[in-house]
Design a protein around this ligand. Sequence first.
Ligand SMILES: Nc1ncnc2c1ncn2[C@@H]1O[C@H](COP(=O)(O)OP(=O)(O)OP(=O)(O)O)[C@@H](O)[C@H]1O
Ligand SMILES: [Mg+2]
Length: 240
Amino acid sequence: MIYVKNLCKSFGSHQVLKNINEHIAPGEKVVIIGPSGSGKSTFLRCMNLLERPTSGQVIFDGVDITDPKTDINKIRQHMGMVFQHFNLFPHKTIMENITLAPTRLKLMKPDEAKEEALRLLRLVNLEEKADAYPGQLSGGQKQRIAIVRSLALKPKMMLFDEPTSALDPEMVGEVLEVMKNLADEGMTMAVVTHEMGFAREVGTRVMFMDDGIILEQGTPEEIFGNPKEARTQEFLSKVL
Ligand SMILES: Nc1ncnc2c1ncn2[C@@H]1O[C@H](COP(=O)(O)OP(=O)(O)OP(=O)(O)O)[C@@H](O)[C@H]1O
Ligand SMILES: [Mg+2]
């Protein structure tokens, strides 16, 4: 699905990603963990070119998206991204938020987009909010809508950057549930999260990032049960 080759990213003289080589296969659910500032968000953002790599390549679905000739907006349609903050349009209804991109991009006719939006809203149990505005929703509901909005473009892969860390604790579960269902349906996912329960349960692979590299990775059992690196052990002892 996605190949990352010799990926380096610097901000000024600060090298944040240090020659990362990775491959995520279709259907994998990769969970990325690690200390603050280790480069997790930057890594995720380089995958869909929200950050332009300083050097190296990102090949998504056979296309070198780091090639300046590639139409990145077209590629991004196939790579949904959900952030900590939901970025819904406040003055548009939930339905409008979801159907805006598919209709503007002429991927669907308005009726079709609406029908698909209702189908997705039913999946996250928010059908009755179609005509509400984002301000009338709870944080957890807004985040579920943000996920639905990404899914409306029928992405091949979903990137999540700490999607639950801005939520009140009682709303975390409902968002993780939606992500878990998505995983069960076979979606390819890369998820930065501090939710170790989710990482264990849903992750097919866990990457531990430290200081701009993927220091260690493996199955959840390997990383949580028997971490090899001292830095991983130290990190896990603090978060588990
Ligand atoms: N746009 C930017 N300009 C300059 N420095 C940046 C920028 N974005 C990130 N950095 C720096 O890059 C480093 C890695 O940041 P990044 O956001 O990727 O870390 P992270 O692992 O996601 O951390 P957190 O867990 O706190 O979200 C940090 O030192 C950060 O200050
Ligand atoms: Mg981050």
